[in-house]
Design a protein around this ligand. Structure first.
Ligand SMILES: C[S@@+](CC[C@H](N)C(=O)[O-])C[C@H]1O[C@@H](n2cnc3c(N)ncnc32)[C@H](O)[C@@H]1O
Length: 293
């Protein structure tokens, strides 16, 4: 996928942009970055359909309003809304548990899109949001840094050397990091995912955690069938056949915990997963927490 770093808003359009927002049709994002609207829409409005999983995102709805985009097609994709709300809840709990033990640690969100995890953490938590330059330009415009604990970086996870581009200060590296990479890796190639995990494991201090999500290998190449991702033109290039594939990428990586999306669907989901697991190896969609030793 060619990723073209585009400034936002384009200089010529800045003056004519509607006050307080922009027309989504003018949003100059390639297919993969444009997928950021899918979880944003779920966090903004998914609670209407799944109130028990409502994440109470304070800003997502306002961001969508500022973008002036119609996300109703994404809201019609109820399984994806459920999936995003479920994973948000799991990630939020994992982050809160981590920062309870490591209150001075930093959080890093790789491929952050327009998500805002810091809203659910102690205000003193240092948090760094990182994404492709075009997304970070959009983010800076819509979400100006709220205080000295909020940091940002433009990176390209497809290019080796993305870790130094985070420019983490020595105090951040003096303790374990909480790193999140949500809804991102399935769009990279297997070689690129391996490089991302290896670069993380080479540099992260001991005790650091990486929360990532992965689709099953059978989903690779099938994004066109996905009710939401299919609309964006993005494609799934990486999936797993078993959870061990994640930790085999680097000797410092250990599996701390993992969760299957089947748990959203109660006993029926878990029963169906047990039936098909011998054939596909991994859950259809997994949230995994890796720890660096
Ligand atoms: C589905 S969105 C997820 C956004 C966010 N993590 C969330 O859950 O709301 C995918 C994100 O991955 C980012 N991304 C894709 N390829 C990337 C790359 N090579 N380097 C950095 N970010 C990337 C996109 O720009 C986009 O923001």
């Amino acid at each position: 996928m060619p990723v073209v770093p585009l400034p936002w808003p384009p200089a010529a359009d800045a003056a004519s942009a509607p006050p307080g927002g922009a027309d989504i049709h003018a949003l100059p994002l390639p297919p993969v970055p444009s997928t950021l609207l899918i979880p944003l829409a779920a966090r903004a409005h998914g609670g209407r359909y799944f109130p028990q999983l409502d994440c109470g995102d304070a800003q997502a709805a306002q961001l969508l309003q500022q973008l002036g985009t119609d996300v109703s097609p994404y809201l019609a994709d109820r399984p994806t809304l459920l999936n995003v709300l479920w994973r948000t809840r799991r990630i939020r709990a994992a982050a809160q548990a981590f920062f309870t033990v490591h209150p001075q640690s930093w959080g890093v969100n790789l491929g952050c899109g327009l998500s805002q995890y810091r809203q659910w953490l102690e205000p003193a938590t240092h948090w760094l949001d990182a994404d492709l330059p075009a997304v970070m330009a959009l983010r800076r415009r819509l979400l100006p840094a709220a205080g000295p604990q909020q940091h940002s970086a433009s990176i390209d996870l497809q290019a080796p050397g993305w870790w130094p581009a985070l420019q983490l200060p020595p105090e951040a590296l003096a303790q374990p990091l909480f790193v999140l990479c949500e809804g991102v890796l399935m769009y990279l190639t297997p070689a690129q995912v391996r490089q991302v995990l290896q670069e993380f494991a080479d540099h992260a201090p001991p005790g650091s955690r990486l929360v990532l999500d992965a689709i099953a290998h059978c989903g690779v190449g099938q994004a066109g069938w996905h009710a939401s991702v299919g609309r964006t033109g993005a494609q799934f290039h990486w999936g797993i056949g078993c959870l061990g594939e994640l930790t085999r990428m680097h000797p410092r990586l250990h599996l701390h915990s993992s969760y299957s999306v089947a748990e959203c669907y109660g006993w029926l989901g878990l029963w169906l997963e047990a039936l098909w697991r011998p054939w596909i190896g991994a859950p259809l969609y997994t949230l995994a927490v890796l720890e660096v030793i």
